[in-house]
Design a protein around this ligand. Structure first.
Ligand code: API
Length: 287
Protein backbone atom coordinates (compact mmCIF):
# COMPACT_ATOMS: atom_id res chain seq x y z
CA UNK A 1 0.00 0.00 0.00
CA UNK A 2 1.04 3.61 0.12
CA UNK A 3 0.04 6.56 2.23
CA UNK A 4 0.69 9.75 0.26
CA UNK A 5 3.48 7.89 -1.53
CA UNK A 6 5.08 6.62 1.71
CA UNK A 7 5.68 2.97 0.74
CA UNK A 8 4.10 0.59 3.23
CA UNK A 9 4.03 -3.22 3.44
CA UNK A 10 1.06 -4.20 5.59
CA UNK A 11 1.77 -7.69 6.94
CA UNK A 12 -1.09 -9.61 8.53
CA UNK A 13 0.33 -11.85 11.27
CA UNK A 14 -2.87 -12.22 13.30
CA UNK A 15 -3.02 -15.96 12.70
CA UNK A 16 0.54 -16.77 13.65
CA UNK A 17 3.02 -16.14 16.43
CA UNK A 18 5.71 -15.38 13.86
CA UNK A 19 7.34 -11.98 13.72
CA UNK A 20 8.96 -10.19 10.82
CA UNK A 21 12.67 -10.73 11.30
CA UNK A 22 15.00 -7.79 10.75
CA UNK A 23 16.97 -9.62 8.05
CA UNK A 24 13.72 -10.55 6.26
CA UNK A 25 12.75 -6.86 6.32
CA UNK A 26 16.13 -5.83 4.93
CA UNK A 27 15.81 -8.42 2.13
CA UNK A 28 12.31 -7.20 1.24
CA UNK A 29 13.44 -3.57 1.28
CA UNK A 30 16.28 -4.45 -1.08
CA UNK A 31 14.06 -5.83 -3.87
CA UNK A 32 12.45 -3.37 -6.26
CA UNK A 33 9.03 -5.02 -6.12
CA UNK A 34 8.78 -5.19 -2.35
CA UNK A 35 10.81 -2.09 -1.57
CA UNK A 36 9.19 -0.27 1.35
CA UNK A 37 9.72 2.53 3.79
CA UNK A 38 7.87 0.83 6.67
CA UNK A 39 6.40 -2.58 7.37
CA UNK A 40 3.26 -2.38 9.48
CA UNK A 41 3.05 -5.84 11.06
CA UNK A 42 -0.44 -6.52 12.42
CA UNK A 43 -0.44 -8.85 15.42
CA UNK A 44 -3.26 -10.09 17.61
CA UNK A 45 -4.19 -7.55 20.28
CA UNK A 46 -2.09 -7.62 23.44
CA UNK A 47 -4.47 -5.46 25.48
CA UNK A 48 -8.25 -5.89 25.89
CA UNK A 49 -10.21 -3.23 24.05
CA UNK A 50 -7.65 -2.83 21.27
CA UNK A 51 -8.05 -4.23 17.75
CA UNK A 52 -4.45 -5.15 17.08
CA UNK A 53 -0.87 -4.71 18.16
CA UNK A 54 1.05 -3.04 15.35
CA UNK A 55 4.82 -3.35 15.05
CA UNK A 56 6.51 -0.80 12.81
CA UNK A 57 9.71 -1.78 11.03
CA UNK A 58 11.92 0.55 9.00
CA UNK A 59 13.69 -0.46 5.78
CA UNK A 60 16.96 -1.00 7.71
CA UNK A 61 15.24 -3.50 10.03
CA UNK A 62 15.07 -1.09 12.99
CA UNK A 63 11.78 -0.50 14.84
CA UNK A 64 9.90 2.78 14.95
CA UNK A 65 7.48 3.90 17.64
CA UNK A 66 5.11 5.70 15.29
CA UNK A 67 4.16 5.81 11.63
CA UNK A 68 1.27 8.03 10.61
CA UNK A 69 1.05 7.08 6.93
CA UNK A 70 1.35 3.38 7.68
CA UNK A 71 -1.38 3.60 10.30
CA UNK A 72 -3.79 4.95 7.68
CA UNK A 73 -2.90 1.98 5.47
CA UNK A 74 -3.67 -0.46 8.30
CA UNK A 75 -7.01 1.28 8.88
CA UNK A 76 -7.95 1.03 5.22
CA UNK A 77 -6.99 -2.64 5.06
CA UNK A 78 -8.96 -3.58 8.18
CA UNK A 79 -11.92 -1.38 7.24
CA UNK A 80 -12.14 -3.15 3.87
CA UNK A 81 -11.97 -6.52 5.62
CA UNK A 82 -14.48 -5.84 8.40
CA UNK A 83 -16.67 -2.96 7.24
CA UNK A 84 -15.80 -1.18 10.46
CA UNK A 85 -14.69 2.43 10.53
CA UNK A 86 -13.18 2.97 14.02
CA UNK A 87 -10.06 1.24 15.32
CA UNK A 88 -7.78 1.27 18.33
CA UNK A 89 -4.23 0.03 17.84
CA UNK A 90 -1.45 -0.57 20.31
CA UNK A 91 2.09 0.35 19.27
CA UNK A 92 5.39 0.86 21.09
CA UNK A 93 4.31 4.47 21.55
CA UNK A 94 0.97 3.54 23.17
CA UNK A 95 -2.63 3.49 21.96
CA UNK A 96 -3.59 5.03 18.63
CA UNK A 97 -7.21 5.75 17.67
CA UNK A 98 -8.15 6.01 14.01
CA UNK A 99 -11.22 6.25 11.81
CA UNK A 100 -12.10 5.98 8.15
CA UNK A 101 -14.46 8.67 6.84
CA UNK A 102 -17.18 8.25 4.25
CA UNK A 103 -15.09 9.84 1.52
CA UNK A 104 -12.35 7.22 2.13
CA UNK A 105 -9.97 9.60 3.87
CA UNK A 106 -8.61 8.42 7.20
CA UNK A 107 -7.89 10.32 10.42
CA UNK A 108 -5.39 9.10 12.97
CA UNK A 109 -5.14 10.52 16.48
CA UNK A 110 -1.35 10.64 16.78
CA UNK A 111 -1.51 11.50 20.47
CA UNK A 112 0.18 14.39 22.22
CA UNK A 113 3.47 15.81 20.97
CA UNK A 114 6.34 15.98 23.45
CA UNK A 115 8.89 18.75 23.51
CA UNK A 116 11.12 18.00 26.51
CA UNK A 117 14.75 17.41 25.54
CA UNK A 118 14.83 14.09 27.40
CA UNK A 119 11.58 12.99 25.78
CA UNK A 120 12.75 13.46 22.18
CA UNK A 121 15.49 12.46 23.21
CA UNK A 122 18.44 14.83 22.86
CA UNK A 123 21.88 14.01 24.24
CA UNK A 124 22.16 17.27 26.17
CA UNK A 125 19.89 19.75 27.82
CA UNK A 126 18.06 22.28 25.69
CA UNK A 127 15.47 24.22 27.65
CA UNK A 128 13.80 25.57 24.53
CA UNK A 129 13.27 22.95 21.84
CA UNK A 130 11.55 25.42 19.51
CA UNK A 131 15.05 26.07 18.13
CA UNK A 132 18.13 24.10 19.10
CA UNK A 133 21.74 24.76 18.25
CA UNK A 134 22.48 22.59 15.25
CA UNK A 135 23.50 23.60 11.77
CA UNK A 136 24.34 22.34 8.32
CA UNK A 137 27.08 23.78 6.16
CA UNK A 138 30.02 26.07 6.91
CA UNK A 139 30.15 27.35 10.52
CA UNK A 140 30.13 30.99 9.47
CA UNK A 141 27.56 30.55 6.69
CA UNK A 142 25.20 27.68 7.58
CA UNK A 143 22.87 26.44 4.87
CA UNK A 144 20.23 25.62 7.48
CA UNK A 145 20.29 26.01 11.25
CA UNK A 146 18.30 26.09 14.51
CA UNK A 147 15.78 23.30 13.90
CA UNK A 148 12.70 22.77 16.04
CA UNK A 149 12.65 19.33 17.64
CA UNK A 150 9.67 17.28 18.78
CA UNK A 151 8.61 13.74 19.54
CA UNK A 152 5.47 12.26 18.01
CA UNK A 153 6.39 8.99 19.71
CA UNK A 154 9.44 9.06 17.43
CA UNK A 155 12.13 11.76 17.22
CA UNK A 156 11.95 14.60 14.69
CA UNK A 157 13.99 17.66 13.78
CA UNK A 158 12.50 20.32 11.51
CA UNK A 159 14.69 22.88 9.76
CA UNK A 160 12.85 25.99 8.58
CA UNK A 161 13.66 27.15 5.07
CA UNK A 162 12.88 30.50 3.52
CA UNK A 163 13.02 29.09 0.00
CA UNK A 164 11.89 25.97 -1.85
CA UNK A 165 12.63 22.82 0.17
CA UNK A 166 13.84 21.14 -3.04
CA UNK A 167 16.78 23.52 -3.18
CA UNK A 168 18.57 21.58 -0.40
CA UNK A 169 20.66 18.43 -0.75
CA UNK A 170 18.72 16.50 1.89
CA UNK A 171 20.12 13.27 0.46
CA UNK A 172 23.62 14.45 1.44
CA UNK A 173 23.10 15.93 4.89
CA UNK A 174 20.12 13.73 5.90
CA UNK A 175 22.32 10.75 6.82
CA UNK A 176 24.75 12.94 8.77
CA UNK A 177 22.00 14.61 10.80
CA UNK A 178 20.03 11.40 11.32
CA UNK A 179 22.99 9.97 13.23
CA UNK A 180 24.29 13.22 14.75
CA UNK A 181 25.45 12.68 18.35
CA UNK A 182 22.81 15.14 19.58
CA UNK A 183 20.20 12.44 18.74
CA UNK A 184 21.05 9.33 20.81
CA UNK A 185 18.19 7.40 19.19
CA UNK A 186 18.82 8.99 15.79
CA UNK A 187 16.09 11.21 14.30
CA UNK A 188 13.88 11.87 11.32
CA UNK A 189 15.16 15.01 9.57
CA UNK A 190 12.85 17.39 7.71
CA UNK A 191 13.07 20.71 5.91
CA UNK A 192 9.88 22.76 5.90
CA UNK A 193 8.84 26.01 4.28
CA UNK A 194 5.86 27.91 5.63
CA UNK A 195 3.79 28.91 2.62
CA UNK A 196 0.85 30.55 4.47
CA UNK A 197 -0.55 30.72 8.02
CA UNK A 198 -2.26 27.42 7.25
CA UNK A 199 0.14 25.59 4.95
CA UNK A 200 3.61 24.08 4.84
CA UNK A 201 5.69 22.33 2.20
CA UNK A 202 8.26 19.82 3.40
CA UNK A 203 10.62 16.96 2.63
CA UNK A 204 11.84 14.30 5.03
CA UNK A 205 14.88 12.12 5.44
CA UNK A 206 13.51 9.26 7.54
CA UNK A 207 15.48 7.55 10.26
CA UNK A 208 16.24 3.99 9.18
CA UNK A 209 14.96 4.60 5.65
CA UNK A 210 16.25 7.64 3.74
CA UNK A 211 14.41 10.10 1.53
CA UNK A 212 10.68 9.36 1.41
CA UNK A 213 7.79 10.76 -0.59
CA UNK A 214 5.91 11.45 2.66
CA UNK A 215 6.17 10.99 6.41
CA UNK A 216 3.05 11.40 8.53
CA UNK A 217 4.67 11.77 11.92
CA UNK A 218 7.10 14.34 10.45
CA UNK A 219 4.13 16.27 9.06
CA UNK A 220 2.66 16.28 12.59
CA UNK A 221 5.97 17.30 14.17
CA UNK A 222 6.36 20.13 11.64
CA UNK A 223 2.78 21.33 12.14
CA UNK A 224 3.01 21.50 15.94
CA UNK A 225 6.46 23.09 15.75
CA UNK A 226 5.17 25.69 13.28
CA UNK A 227 2.26 26.51 15.59
CA UNK A 228 4.54 26.63 18.64
CA UNK A 229 6.84 29.11 16.96
CA UNK A 230 3.89 31.20 15.72
CA UNK A 231 4.70 30.47 12.11
CA UNK A 232 1.18 29.06 11.50
CA UNK A 233 -2.10 28.40 13.26
CA UNK A 234 -3.03 25.01 14.71
CA UNK A 235 -4.56 23.57 11.53
CA UNK A 236 -2.31 23.24 8.51
CA UNK A 237 -2.18 21.54 5.13
CA UNK A 238 1.21 19.85 4.86
CA UNK A 239 2.39 19.14 1.32
CA UNK A 240 5.11 16.55 0.76
CA UNK A 241 6.36 15.13 -2.57
CA UNK A 242 3.71 12.36 -2.39
CA UNK A 243 0.70 14.47 -1.47
CA UNK A 244 -0.99 16.61 1.15
CA UNK A 245 -2.06 15.79 4.70
CA UNK A 246 -4.23 17.91 6.98
CA UNK A 247 -2.88 18.25 10.50
CA UNK A 248 -4.99 19.61 13.34
CA UNK A 249 -3.42 20.26 16.76
CA UNK A 250 -6.54 20.17 18.90
CA UNK A 251 -7.02 22.25 22.01
CA UNK A 252 -6.80 19.05 24.09
CA UNK A 253 -3.20 18.71 22.76
CA UNK A 254 -3.93 15.70 20.52
CA UNK A 255 -2.65 15.84 16.95
CA UNK A 256 -5.08 14.58 14.30
CA UNK A 257 -3.64 13.65 10.92
CA UNK A 258 -6.02 13.17 7.98
CA UNK A 259 -5.14 11.86 4.54
CA UNK A 260 -5.44 9.03 2.01
CA UNK A 261 -4.27 5.43 1.82
CA UNK A 262 -4.01 3.35 -1.34
CA UNK A 263 -3.89 -0.41 -1.86
CA UNK A 264 -1.49 -1.56 -4.61
CA UNK A 265 -1.20 -5.36 -4.57
CA UNK A 266 -1.33 -8.36 -2.26
CA UNK A 267 0.60 -11.58 -1.85
CA UNK A 268 1.81 -14.15 0.63
CA UNK A 269 4.89 -13.56 2.75
CA UNK A 270 7.11 -15.70 4.93
CA UNK A 271 7.92 -13.21 7.71
CA UNK A 272 10.97 -15.16 8.81
CA UNK A 273 12.79 -15.32 5.47
CA UNK A 274 11.18 -12.54 3.44
CA UNK A 275 10.22 -15.03 0.69
CA UNK A 276 6.98 -13.94 -0.94
CA UNK A 277 4.67 -14.61 -3.86
CA UNK A 278 2.41 -12.10 -5.42
CA UNK A 279 -1.27 -13.01 -5.86
CA UNK A 280 -2.07 -13.74 -9.49
CA UNK A 281 -5.38 -11.98 -9.71
CA UNK A 282 -6.10 -8.70 -7.99
CA UNK A 283 -7.48 -10.62 -5.07
CA UNK A 284 -7.32 -9.03 -1.67
CA UNK A 285 -7.22 -11.15 1.39
CA UNK A 286 -6.83 -8.19 3.63
CA UNK A 287 -7.91 -4.74 2.64
N1 API B 1 6.71 7.08 7.61
C1 API B 1 6.32 7.22 8.98
C2 API B 1 7.38 7.55 9.93
C3 API B 1 8.38 6.47 10.10
C4 API B 1 9.33 6.88 11.14
C5 API B 1 10.55 6.14 11.14
N2 API B 1 11.42 6.38 10.02
C6 API B 1 11.28 6.32 12.46
O1 API B 1 10.89 7.12 13.32
O2 API B 1 12.25 5.60 12.62
C7 API B 1 5.17 8.14 9.15
O3 API B 1 4.38 8.27 8.22
O4 API B 1 4.98 8.69 10.22
Amino acid sequence: MNGCGNEILVVDLRETDARVRADAAIALAGRAETHFDQIMAIHRPATPGTDAYVRIINADGSEAEACGNGTRCVVQALAAETGRTHFTFETRAGLILAEEHEDGSISVDMGKPRFGWQEIPLAEEFRDTRAIELQIGPIDAPVLHSPSVASMGNPHAIFWAKQDVNAFALDRFGPILESHPIFPERANISIAQVTSPSSLTMRTWERGVGLTRACGSAACAAAVSAARTRRTGREVAVTQPGGTLTILWRDDDHVIMTGPAEWEWSGRLDPETGAYSRDAAEEREIG
